[in-house]
Write a protein that binds this ligand. Structure first.
Ligand code: GLN
Length: 281
């Protein structure tokens, strides 16, 4: 071997990520090397190929490609943004700096929605389209509309729908302002972090994810107030609303829905934290 081995690059990357305060340096160094190799070799490199690549001399083009990715990660850019996608439910979703990364906790909302009867669904603040596209992939005969205030997010969502092979409508809207018609189900994972909680977030989230997808710059409940106020006018009789919530917001969000006559329940995620409110109208 004349140049560095894959393992040399990998070990160096782990040290750099660790110095930068990254939580899982080894895991991230591995995922980024898989992505860099996939890019450079033009074919999918999976985890079980890694031992061979680590033992072999690194292809020369890998060195700058991997270096750039590790550099981005030391600046605390999320792995998903560096590699361009994040897995959610049954698909890989393209992500960008215009979209919130789909989170595993949100899969509870998808799972719950699939237990309900509906033929039409509205996803308010669709971002990557993760919720809407996952639902429509499971229920292809249903009609779905995803809205977002961000054009950048909607273009990511449209690409995701097309690549995954789902037919959905997308439209720019400010919550219900810009939405016509009625639906059987309304879903949303709105910005629910209170302004005074933003400072405590990791740099990955605070500095790289779109701020307006995270916080309402107020008490964290503003979006729910708007959704509750418009829900009845946009639901078919007997319709349902499912919203993701912060773990301490269950009581407050249920109270908002109950004040307009809905029946509510709270669902907990795998960590046992309140995560989704179901309101039945
Ligand atoms: N609906 C998207 C998701 O759950 C985006 C949510 C958001 O940007 N707040 O991933």
């Amino acid at each position: 071997m004349t140049g560095p081995s894959g393992a040399d690059l990998w070990a160096d990357a782990i040290a750099r990520l660790s110095d930068a305060g990254v939580e899982d340096p080894q895991g991230d160094a591995t995922r980024l090397m898989m992505a860099a190799l996939t890019r450079v070799l033009g074919k999918q490199v999976k985890r079980h190929h890694m031992r061979d690549h680590l033992n072999a001399e690194a292809p020369p083009e890998l060195i700058p490609a991997y270096r750039d990715m590790i550099e981005a990660r030391t600046a605390r850019q999320p792995v998903s943004q560096i590699i361009g996608y994040r897995s959610f439910w049954k698909h890989d979703f393209s992500v960008s700096r215009d979209t919130l990364d789909p989170r595993p906790e949100t899969e509870l909302l998808v799972e719950t929605a699939l237990e309900l009867p509906w033929d039409s669904v509205l996803d308010l603040g669709t971002g990557t389209g993760a919720i809407l596209i996952s639902l429509l992939a499971e229920r292809p005969a249903a009609r779905g509309l995803g809205t977002d205030i961000s054009q950048g997010a909607l273009s990511v969502a449209r690409d995701n729908a097309q690549r995954i092979g789902v037919t959905a409508e997308f439209a720019v809207a400010d919550w219900f302002d810009g939405v016509d018609g009625r639906f059987d189900l309304i879903v949303s994972n709105p910005p629910y972090i209170a302004a005074d909680e933003m400072a405590a977030l990791s740099p990955e989230v605070r500095e790289w994810e779109p701020r307006r997808a995270l916080t309402d710059e107020a008490d964290g409940l503003s979006a729910y107030r708007v959704i509750v106020a418009g829900a009845k006018a946009h639901l078919n009789p007997g319709g349902h609303v499912l919203v993701e919530i912060g773990w301490r917001q269950g009581g407050a969000v249920c109270a908002l829905f109950e004040a307009v006559g809905a029946k509510t329940r709270i669902l907990s995620d795998l960590d046992g934290r309140d995560r989704v409110v179901h309101a039945a109208f």
